[in-house]
Design a protein around this ligand. Structure first.
Ligand code: NI
Length: 136
């Protein structure tokens, strides 16, 4: 992280009041912390729309008794082996499994994997948490 820089911002009073409400609701200690967080979120969002490398986690829940779901899931993960850096499997109960796939690579490739998983028959839910490789 670089040295701290200061800048002043001109903003409409009602917008600032709404921002302060959001800060209080979300528990940011200061406006600066809130602004830093929001700037990083915007940069991560931009990374995911660009061509560089990003990181993230795909989480899915499925019933492992459903026909073929485990085999299909394994096949997809092998197809995307170059962007999958870790997989964690948790047995939620007798029927349900939660699997978290940690990914790192081109956003377009990760989006493709996410879409492929969403279309996989037998999954109850899947979603991706988009974050950064830490370079911003
Ligand atoms: Ni399981």
């Amino acid at each position: 992280m670089g040295d701290l820089a200061r800048f002043s911002v001109s903003i409409e009073e009602d917008l600032l009041a709404a921002f302060d409400k959001l800060i209080a609701r979300d528990g940011y200690p200061t406006r600066s912390e809130a602004v830093k967080h929001l700037v990083r979120e915007a940069l991560v969002d931009k990374e995911w729309k660009g061509k560089g490398n990003v990181a993230g986690a795909i989480v899915m829940v499925y019933d492992h008794h459903k026909r073929d779901v485990v085999r299909k899931l394994l096949n997809v993960q092998h197809d995307y082996g170059e962007i999958i850096i870790a997989t964690q499997h948790v047995h939620l109960d007798h029927d349900n499994c939660l699997e978290m796939v940690t990914v790192k690579g081109k956003a377009s490739r990760i989006h493709k994997l996410t879409r492929t998983l969403k279309m996989l028959k037998g999954l109850k839910h899947s979603d991706v948490l988009m974050t950064t490789t830490g370079q911003i």
